[in-house]
Design a protein around this ligand. Structure first.
Ligand code: NAD
Length: 425
């Protein structure tokens, strides 16, 4: 049985534009604001040399797209993956603008990364690639200008290297004022307690809210997760705390299934020891193309974009899709899901726990504070529930689906900022 996964196809920006056009039409977005938001503010492409372990030099290409900063500094992750290009960075940066606005944060949207498969490089090479990328970006990023964070294949260690490199380029007296140039750092280096789990926790808070709307709970619900990295693992961790049952997992190494349930903690340990999820006890390999058709109540896509499409949406039996990933459902797939009355908790709401956690870390660094895990979890839950309720209210008011409703909440806030401030000169 096949277990390898096809890489996500490119073209995510097309989806963002379709979603934006739909929401703009439903809400009657101001035409001038629409023109501004239809395009990205800045697109930075850097080429930079890095010395490899064998003494040769390789030249890498890095991207940082800054979509909009009407509400505050650009904010968004850095991704290391072969699918990173300008189209992907534009899409992901634009989603960040909507996400930060919907969450009520003082941020705009940015995203970037490097088109590499990090598995091909040693830890030392990854450190030099990350540091040199940071240096190449220079003051195109900055604690009050554009603040990166982790995304696919980037982690807390890499954020620490970015912070250290950026701070090293400043004069000694300025260094400590620049720690919040990046979020998602390790706790020992200015990171926030709980930032690691913030996205996955937030995904589950939105599912708890969804269950409440449906007059049920997550107890006993069967679910599958695509991607068992930061978002996928933590989502599974909190789903199981709610008594839900994990029956299928798919990642870049394969697809596993066990109708009796999979323990996410034991799977995490197995994955750490074996560098794969396949072969985990009690599971059978599963046809990768059939993954989303597994009999379950909830699907959590937490990997890449464009995974639920016209090719597989019709076979989905779940009642709700909780979009842990950015852009996992394309426009055609979404139309099929909506026609089949399957709920979609849209990415800009569902995975916004990550950027909310990043905001808390930024505040902590900026204000010289130390937040506790309890502070983070309580405040994060409150913010996620508020955003969820705003989306439901907007969906009732505009008689529209949840994604469009979420866009409307986000766009309304940005539109107001432009109307109040006007356009210089
Ligand atoms: P990660 O690198 O920790 O994990 C990515 C996972 O996806 C891995 O398990 C990997 O094996 C799997 N994967 C990669 N290619 C795949 C494929 N073709 N098919 C199936 N699985 C595949 O990344 P992450 O931080 O967990 O991010 C996952 C998603 O969540 C991304 O879309 C990211 O943009 C989004 N997201 C992340 C955060 C965050 O805080 N990390 C916040 C918001 C949204």
């Amino acid at each position: 049985m096949a277990t390898s996964i096809k890489p996500a196809k490119v073209g995510m920006y097309e989806n963002v534009k379709n979603q934006f056009e739909k929401a703009a039409a439903v809400m009657g977005l101001d035409e001038s604001v629409k023109k501004i938001l239809s395009i990205t503010n800045n697109e930075i492409i850097v080429h930079f040399p890095v010395k490899m372990d064998n003494g040769t030099v390789e030249v890498f290409t890095g991207y940082r797209v800054q979509h909009n900063n009407a509400l505050g500094p650009y904010k968004g992750g850095l991704r290391y993956h072969p699918t990173v290009d300008v189209d992907a960075a534009r899409a992901l940066a634009t989603w960040m603008t909507w996400k930060t606005s919907l969450a009520g944060l003082p941020y705009g949207g940015g995203k970037g990364g490097i088109q590499i498969d990090p598995k091909q490089y040693s830890q030392g090479e990854l450190e030099r690639i990350t540091r040199r990328f940071t240096y190449a970006l220079g003051d195109n990023i900055g604690p009050e200008h554009d603040i990166p964070a982790p995304d696919v294949n980037t982690n807390a260690q890499m954020m620490a290297w970015i912070a250290d490199t950026y701070m090293s380029t400043k004069s000694p007296a300025e260094r400590s004022k620049n720690q919040h140039v990046v979020t998602g750092k390790p706790v020992g280096s200015g990171g926030l307690e709980g930032r690691d789990r913030a996205t996955g926790f937030g995904v589950v808070v939105t599912l708890e809210s969804w269950a409440k709307v449906k007059g049920t709970t997550l107890e006993g619900k069967r679910y599958i997760v695509q991607g068992f990295g930061n978002v996928g693992y933590w989502a599974a961790h909190f789903m199981n705390k709610n008594g839900a049952i994990l029956v299928g997992v798919q990642d870049a190494t394969g697809t596993i299934y066990n109708p009796e349930g999979i323990d996410p903690e034991a799977l995490l340990r197995y994955q750490a020891d074996n560098a794969t999820i396949t072969g985990y006890k009690g599971t059978q390999n599963y046809e990768s193309d059939e993954f989303f058709s597994i009999d379950c109540d909830i699907i959590i896509p937490a990997a890449l974009g464009n995974q639920i499409t016209a090719a597989n949406a019709g076979s989905i039996k779940a009642k709700v899709i909780a979009e842990g990933a950015n852009g996992p459902t394309d426009t055609d797939g979404e139309a099929i899901l909506l026609a089949n009355h399957i709920d979609i908790i849209p990415d800009i709401l569902c995975n916004s726990g990550g950027v909310i956690g990043s905001y808390f870390e930024w505040l902590q660094n900026r204000n010289g504070e130390i937040w506790t895990m309890d502070d983070v979890i309580i405040k994060l839950r409150k913010k996620m529930e508020e955003a969820f309720n705003k989306v439901i209210t907007s969906s009732v008011q505009y008689k529209t689906d949840w994604r469009t409703a979420a866009y409307i909440v986000a766009l309304t806030r940005i539109e107001l900022a432009y109307k109040q401030r006007g356009i210089f000169p």
